[in-house]
Design a protein around this ligand. Structure first.
Ligand code: GLN
Length: 350
């Protein structure tokens, strides 16, 4: 059951939504045809804490395809199946500094640089233990659903379109197979990978999925353990170094929390033991990250001082998230009235 968070959190999300909605910079992804039909005026934000506190604003219940954010959950699954060494034998752990669909393999080993770029994600997909591609996909979907706390589904239209036009990902697959870094068959692996990208989520789902990572792999609502604490820590680490593609360094500098984005406009970010945040807005910057989503995270991180390397004394987030009315239930995720949390509202740097 969702518990309400202090009004300062609801208000921060609502005012940020109103402030950033007029931003019209960025482009819709159009290399997957249905993504170009997205409404540019959609903008949703949601936050969820490991204790089940929840707040949201805008179109936080609007469904969109998870795309690259799925890579995090497949990585977690493979960590469970094979351990860190089993994953690292096939995929690296270094930022590529290149775009998400770059054709680049590590010199010497032939491994793709990391599981967060397409090449690494395709190999990671092939490492999920299963007797058939459909069982492999079912396990990936079950992992994502476990993190979201509800049964997720695939947008078949998005899948079909991307599968039919996936020349670059297909080329990546064949290139890696020729280099020996992908040992599975290209076509079935590609199908599983593109199907995981076409899973439908909302900003609220992403907040819960991120909160599951933030609580070491336990879903805050179902209380089900969906991955080990270690796996959650490993995926958060690679989200911090590689999750925003070739914008990961600047993201870490300005926002300072592990994050993952997708080309449909989703962003998920988390702070261990503190919160998970999900955002959706489909206009993308040149690196493929949501313009409004990135800006919202810059503002929120500054306001609540959640940067991972901020001095503990400067971190106002714990105070802001403290629930001053544990009885309250906010199942709709709407703003609630009440007292503000002392000090938390003055966290803005201006
Ligand atoms: N399905 C997309 C692709 O493989 C995912 C990329 C992304 O979200 N950045 O190209």
């Amino acid at each position: 059951m969702r518990r309400k968070l202090p009004p300062v959190v609801h208000e921060a999300l609502a005012s940020l939504h109103d402030e950033l909605l007029p931003v019209t910079e960025g482009e819709l992804a159009d290399y997957i045809a249905p993504l170009a039909q997205a409404r540019p005026d959609r903008f949703g934000l949601a936050v969820c804490t490991p204790e089940g506190g929840f707040a949201a604003a805008g179109e936080h219940d609007e469904p969109f395809t998870i795309q690259s954010i799925s890579k995090v959950f497949t990585m977690a699954l493979v960590l469970g199946d094979r351990g860190l060494e089993g994953l690292l034998a096939h995929v690296g752990a270094e930022p590529s500094g290149e775009s998400f669909n770059a054709v680049s393999l590590e010199e010497g080993t032939g491994r793709p640089d990391n599981p967060m770029i397409n090449a690494g994600a395709i190999v990671t997909c092939s490492l999920v233990e299963a007797d058939s591609p459909s069982e492999r996909f079912d396990r990936i979907l079950a992992m994502m659903s476990g993190c979201a706390g509800r049964e997720l589904d695939v947008d078949e239209n998005v899948f079909e379109h991307e599968y039919a036009t996936a020349d670059r990902n297909r080329a990546l697959g064949h290139f890696m197979r020729s280099a020996g870094s992908l040992t599975a068959e290209v076509e079935p692996t590609l199908e599983v990978y593109l199907r995981q990208c076409a899973v439908l989520v909302t900003a609220s789902d992403l907040a819960v999925m991120a909160a599951t990572l933030a609580s070491g792999g336990v879903n805050p609502f179902t209380e089900q353990r969906v991955m080990s604490t270690e796996a959650a820590r490993h995926v958060l680490t690679l989200m911090a170094t590689c999750g925003m593609y070739d914008a990961s360094g600047e993201w870490m500098l300005r926002v300072g929390s592990p994050a993952k984005s997708g080309v449909a406009g989703g962003i998920m970010t988390a702070s261990p033991a503190q919160f998970g945040l999900g955002l959706y807005s489909p206009l993308l910057d040149a690196k493929g990250n949501s313009v409004r989503g990135v800006r919202a995270c810059h503002r929120l991180s500054e306001r609540f001082s959640w940067h991972a390397f901020a001095l503990p004394a400067d971190r106002l987030l714990p105070a802001a998230l403290e629930d001053d009315d544990a009885e309250g239930v906010d199942s709709e995720g709407e703003s609630v009235e009440g007292e503000s949390v002392e000090g938390a509202g003055s966290a803005s740097s201006d």
